[in-house]
Write a protein that binds this ligand. Structure first.
Ligand code: ATP
Length: 298
């Protein structure tokens, strides 16, 4: 019986590992139940860019043709700039990021990177140019070193540690009994939300992408780690073309442009000062968040 049970148990483990690896990317985006798949065209070319300019050109999109989610979105992120998207839950913020990563193709209009339509490009080249710091970082059941190296599998140990240093997680890792060999994930060490985000930042740093998508966590970190993570993200965004999906307005104050979304439309845009002066949706959201943070126990 024991002889039978061992390989079966082993197969079970393998199955879970493989299944988890396959679902990680989908889980990053909450896409587990999605069926559709975007395929490369036969004549697809590799993206050519060093300092990318992103453009959404009158983008319309629906997950289900009976219900349009984005109703003609236009904006640009100039090379090295940061554009932040804010708006109520369900307004379409994360959908913009999913389209940029080309999980779906637009229904009409176009998304371009340096004038190259995403639909004419290979997915590998597009995804290779984009780093994502997701809301909820998925950790593999493996060492923390492996988890960071996932950003660029060819990275040396030294490069992994440099990225960890820049993401301010190196000291924490060194303080663990098994250091970089510590097992994390569901069967290993459980990392806090802030530690997981730092792993995601280290991964993104290793990947060194020209384009960065930061999907801010909805779950609040304590305000000290929130400020620290913010500072690290601001640093890694320097020189990269960055799209931030923001849930806290404190994150977006320094963005070059803020887009306020409502029900699939951009209803206001400008920098923080301009939007406050305008005294519209953004200013109202800002006042609400200020009141909420003043009312919160410290
Ligand atoms: P949140 O702040 O809550 O993350 P969001 O502004 O990012 O919200 P999206 O996730 O972009 O909103 O969703 C926009 C709309 O699209 C929502 O009404 C949502 O119900 C719908 N939607 C999102 N994903 C899917 C999907 N896979 N299939 C069908 N509809 C979807």
């Amino acid at each position: 019986l024991l002889q039978m049970a061992m390989p079966l148990n082993y197969l079970g483990m393998m199955y879970r590992e493989v299944k988890q690896a396959l679902t990680n990317i989908e889980r990053l985006w909450g896409l587990l139940d999605e069926q559709q798949e975007v395929r490369d065209k036969a004549e697809a070319r590799a993206l050519q860019t060093t300092q990318p300019r992103l453009a959404f050109e009158d983008v319309r999109f629906s997950y289900d043709t009976r219900r349009e989610i984005l109703h003609g979105i236009r904006f640009e992120v100039p090379p090295g700039h940061t554009v932040a998207v804010v708006g109520h839950s369900g307004s379409g913020k994360s959908t913009l990021a999913r389209l940029l990563y080309r999980f779906y193709d637009v229904d009409s209009g176009a998304i371009t990177i340096d004038g190259q339509d995403l639909r004419a490009l290979t997915q590998d080249s597009v995804r290779g140019a984009i780093g994502i710091v997701p809301q909820d970082t998925v950790l593999f059941n493996d060492s923390i070193r492996y988890n960071i190296r996932y950003g660029r599998p060819s990275a040396s140990d030294e490069e992994v540690e440099d990225a960890a240093r820049a993401a301010h997680i190196h000291r924490f890792i060194e303080s663990l009994p098994d250091g970089y060999d510590s097992e994390v994930g569901e069967r290993g060490l459980k990392l806090s939300g802030g530690e997981k985000q730092r792993v995601a930042i280290a991964r993104a740093l290793l990947k060194n992408p020209a384009i960065l998508i930061f999907d801010e966590a909805t779950s609040a970190l304590d305000s000290a780690s929130e400020k620290a993570i913010q500072a690290e993200l601001d640093r890694i965004a320097i020189g990269r073309t960055t799209l931030v999906i923001a849930h806290r307005l404190s994150t977006v104050m320094d963005a070059d442009e803020i887009l306020v979304m409502d029900a699939g439309n951009i209803v206001e845009r400008g920098n923080h000062a301009a939007l406050i002066a305008r005294n519209g949706h953004y200013a109202a959201m800002w006042r609400l968040q200020q009141q909420a943070s003043e009312a919160a126990p410290t």
